[in-house]
Design a protein around this ligand. Structure first.
Ligand SMILES: Cc1cc2nc3c(=O)[nH]c(=O)nc-3n(C[C@H](O)[C@H](O)[C@H](O)COP(=O)(O)OP(=O)(O)OC[C@H]3O[C@@H](n4cnc5c(N)ncnc54)[C@H](O)[C@@H]3O)c2cc1C
Ligand code: FES
Length: 278
């Protein structure tokens, strides 16, 4: 039986690198200890995994390295509570458990041939990073690319080096914005939905993919609709507290939908059918 067949079984893994993104966010690169399990780990952008820390428990994180780059699995972790604090205390050579891949993924097949607009806020850049790298690794299959990424302050952006690399490319437009003016910052100032409306991206032929704090998603979706993006052309990925991750415990529901089983990726058209509490 394939090792992937058991969704309850964490695979032992080892941290091979840690990057300090911001004072509260660290990126962990993890390799599964069994090389066969690593080869067998197949996923698509947007899927998540449960990372476990021995003696602390497990928590859900998006796999933010793309399936086109399988040297390691990357997770970017905001410290909020028990498990994430224990993860932050780990370093290179420490062991974790990896249970996944779980959940659905971005509709990559339907995105082929389209222009893509990525709109991210804070740690919400993590799932967008996976999709963006996947798209860049298959660049000829996609149209125009644009990224709008907002953070509270200039110190709160994740993936700083990559942002600089993407910003220097001719085949993607990158705009960064911070919430309020800051010393030494010469980029945009303003909340993501406002800056999005100022930028006035063309909706025709384009799909928008957005992730960030719930309030950002709500206003960004409204802004996208005003700009002419139809509900099928707005894709987002949601967070709900998860436990089992495989549709059994009912912990992650929005109405009749389970985020771990039916999500975390939804179109606005799908969200329109749910109670309005995402
Ligand atoms: C599909 C999905 C993808 C995710 N991807 C990432 C990711 O890539 N990087 C990342 O840093 N985090 C991600 N999260 C959130 C992450 O799972 C939680 O922050 C983590 O479970 C917190 O665990 P903890 O034990 O440290 O905190 P706890 O002690 O459980 O809680 C600490 C605080 O965080 C709040 N909290 C905990 N979990 C969530 C949640 N899921 N949503 C909102 N608030 C929560 C609690 O209410 C509490 O206020 C994701 C969650 C989901 C469901
Ligand atoms: S986390 Fe158990 S049903 Fe979704």
């Amino acid at each position: 039986m394939s090792k992937r067949a058991n969704p309850y079984l964490p695979q032992p893994g080892t941290i091979i690198d840690v990057v300090e993104e911001t004072p509260a966010i660290k990126t962990f690169r993890v390799v599964l200890d069994d090389p066969e399990a690593m080869l067998d780990f197949r996923f698509l952008p947007g899927q998540v995994a449960q990372l476990s820390v021995f003696g602390a428990g497990e928590a859900t994180f998006v796999i933010n390295s793309p399936p086109t780059r399988m040297e390691y699995l990357q997770f970017t972790v905001l410290r909020t509570g028990e498990v994430t604090a224990r993860l932050h205390a780990l370093g290179v050579g420490d062991h974790v458990g990896v249970r996944g891949p779980l959940g659905n993924h971005f509709p990559v097949a339907q995105l082929r041939g389209r222009d893509l607009l990525f709109v991210g806020g804070g740690i919400g850049m993590a799932p967008l990073r996976t999709l963006l790298l996947y798209v860049l690794d298959n660049r000829a299959d996609f149209g125009h690319l644009a990224l709008l990424y907002g953070a509270r302050t200039p110190q709160d952006f994740c993936f700083g080096e990559e942002l600089a690399t993407w910003g220097a490319r001719r085949d993607i437009d990158v705009v960064r914005t911070v919430d309020a003016p800051a010393e030494g910052w010469d980029g945009r100032v303003g909340l993501v939905p406002h800056v999005l409306e100022e930028l006035r991206p063309t909706a025709e032929g384009c799909t928008a993919v957005t992730c960030g704090p719930p309030v950002m998603i709500r206003f960004t979706v409204q802004a996208l609709e005003k700009l002419g993006f139809g509900p099928e052309r707005i894709v987002t990925t949601l967070e709900r507290r998860m436990k089992c991750g495989v549709g059994l415990c009912g912990r992650c529901n929005i109405g009749s939908v389970l985020v771990c089983r039916d999500g975390p990726v939804f179109t606005k058209a799908e969200l329109d059918l749910l109670p309005n509490d995402y």
